[in-house]
Write a protein that binds this ligand. Structure first.
Ligand SMILES: NC(=O)c1ccc[n+]([C@@H]2O[C@H](COP(=O)([O-])OP(=O)(O)OC[C@H]3O[C@@H](n4cnc5c(N)ncnc54)[C@H](O)[C@@H]3O)[C@@H](O)[C@H]2O)c1
Length: 341
């Protein structure tokens, strides 16, 4: 397949592009490159790509494409809360526009990177399935719910959206993010000797390795239409349904000498959910996630050590919000996060 991969220069896209290529697909990227230089380790060999803002995509970008994998977005809660209007412009409106262009161009499959945070304040009781009520508690999560709704309305006999509700990712990517929980805790542990948890540690936060997300998307790309058409899937594994305190314990085991410190200063976090991942396994026989939280913590600790993580990089280069604030302060992006010419 000729696959348009938006967000190919992000944390997940950089891991996913080679997985798709290895599966025999022709990958074409599309990214404005906001985090292209946020590298830990050597530069990856990106696929050919369009350097374009998602809001400026035209029919030319989707012409001749068989499938779209749509990752590009302001990718977390702090970014979404920084400028909710911008989040809705980019994550919601521009995503739906891309989907319409794709449908008009005859694209048959559209894999959308949604998130388990659509379940929001589901609590830690029963495992939430894809049929659970959606209770987003941030503009970021709300933007994902709106896109799912609008893409569902576009589904027809030819155009098949698939909603991939990923758990929170972890693990090494050449374009690292240290603002996601496991990657953050491992980095902090290495730099300070403390696994620092600012919440009270009780929220449930299902995790999934970036490489397992990439494998799931590759599987959904070629799955029979009836297995995935217009369906939502939680992407992850029940063994990685963990509380933040449990994640911290795993990190302390992976980084020798580090001790867990739970300050509780940010109080209880309303984003708490335990998730049932069985629907995707049933749709894609043979698929399962390969990585545990502990393995991911060990892998990251090795990568951070090998490539010499510094506090400066940890706090600035690998924190999406800090990168955008710095670009804005330096005047390289305008207040709509478009590059200045
Ligand atoms: N990482 C996670 O834990 C996680 C979990 C669930 C869902 N997701 C979703 O997966 C997707 C990828 O996440 P990620 O962790 O790789 O994030 P990321 O921030 O590393 O990558 C996002 C990419 O989108 C690009 N982008 C942002 N705004 C753009 C715009 N206006 N035009 C063109 N490109 C733009 C950025 O340049 C970046 O390369 C996102 O949609 C995110 O919401 C991520």
């Amino acid at each position: 397949m000729r696959v348009l991969l938006t967000g190919h220069q992000g944390y997940l896209g950089t891991v996913m592009a080679p997985v798709l290529a290895a599966a025999g697909h022709e990958v074409v990227g599309l990214d404005s490159g906001l985090f292209a230089d946020c590298l830990l380790g050597p530069s990856p060999a990106d696929p050919p790509g369009h350097r374009v803002d998602l809001r400026d995509v035209t029919a030319d970008h989707v012409a001749g494409v068989d499938a779209v994998i749509h990752l590009a977005a302001l990718s977390n809660d702090p970014l979404g809360s920084l400028a909710p209007d911008l989040t809705y412009d980019i994550n919601h409106h521009a995503s739906v526009r891309l989907a319409r262009l794709a449908r008009d161009a005859g694209v048959r499959r559209f894999l959308y990177a949604s998130t388990c945070s659509v379940y929001g304040a589901a609590g830690g009781g029963d495992l939430v399935t894809e049929d659970a009520p959606l209770r987003p508690v941030t503009p970021y999560a709300e933007s994902k719910v709106r896109v799912e709704d609008d893409l569902h309305a576009l589904a027809d006999g030819d155009f098949g959206p698939v909603f991939m509700r990923n758990a929170t990712a972890f693990g090494y990517s050449p374009r690292l993010r240290a603002d996601i929980v496991l990657n953050n805790l491992v980095g902090h542990a290495l730099l300070s000797g403390e696994v620092l948890v600012l919440s009270d540690g009780t929220p449930w936060r299902p995790l999934v390795h970036a490489a397992d997300i990439a494998r799931a998307f590759a599987a959904a790309l070629t799955a029979p239409r009836e297995a995935v058409h217009d369906r939502a899937f939680n992407i992850g594994s029940e063994i990685n349904n963990v509380t933040v305190a449990e994640i911290a314990e795993q990190v302390a085991e992976a980084v020798s000498g580090a001790r867990v410190v739970i300050t509780g200063e940010t109080g209880a976090d309303p984003r708490s959910y335990r998730v049932d991942f069985s629907r995707f396994r049933a749709a894609i026989p043979g698929f399962d996630c390969e990585w545990t939280v502990k393995q991911g913590a060990l892998e990251l600790a090795d990568a951070y050590r090998k490539f010499g993580l510094t506090r400066e990089d940890f706090e600035r280069r690998f924190t999406r919000l800090a990168v955008l604030r710095a670009a804005s302060d330096a005047g390289t992006v305008d207040d709509t996060l478009r590059w200045r010419r």
